[in-house]
Write a protein that binds this ligand. Structure first.
Ligand code: AMP
Ligand code: ZN
Length: 138
């Protein structure tokens, strides 16, 4: 945990452009933004991901994102925003201190966050079944 870059930002060992803070979370500018004005929201306590974090802390993060995202949009002259969390290496997580991306979107930014793909015949139900089995809601 002491090697955690975001913990270092929290204690001031690494500089960051902090744009919001409260007792549970801070938000700062992403140094490699997907769009101009991209901000990260992190909890003050170290949790590695969405699985690790207690529900109350995750709730606080989304509340912060809800509070600041529309202000960010206004401040930078954007038209909308995406909120996202990359969970695990396959999903693109690089920093293992849970963080929520708030990414302003501009009408003509041409950013493709993800593109949809199709299912073969019957496959959507097959995947639905797999998930329902694990969620135990059949
Ligand atoms: P993720 O891929 O979801 O783990 O995102 C990590 C994010 O942290 C990336 O968007 C990086 O650009 C950002 N990042 C890494 N180091 C710093 C830093 N020192 N200050 C601000 N943002 C950072
Ligand atoms: Zn950390």
């Amino acid at each position: 945990m002491n090697d955690c870059i975001f913990c270092k930002i929290l204690v001031g060992d690494i500089p960051a452009e902090i744009v919001y803070e409260d007792k549970d979370a801070i938000a700062f500018m992403d140094i490699s933004p997907v769009t101009k004005g991209h901000v990260l929201v992190i909890p003050r306590e170290h949790y590695k991901d969405v699985i690790d974090v207690p529900e109350e802390i995750l709730q606080k993060m989304i509340v912060v994102a809800k509070k600041i995202a529309p202000k960010i949009v206004e401040a930078v002259g954007a038209d909308g925003f995406n909120i996202g969390i990359n969970n695990g290496k396959a999903a693109g997580q690089v920093v293992y201190h849970l963080h929520m991306h708030v990414m302003p979107r501009y009408e003509y930014d041409n950013l493709k966050m993800w593109e949809g793909d199709g299912y073969q015949e019957g496959e959507i139900k097959e995947y639905g079944d797999k998930i329902r089995n694990y969620l135990d809601i059949n």
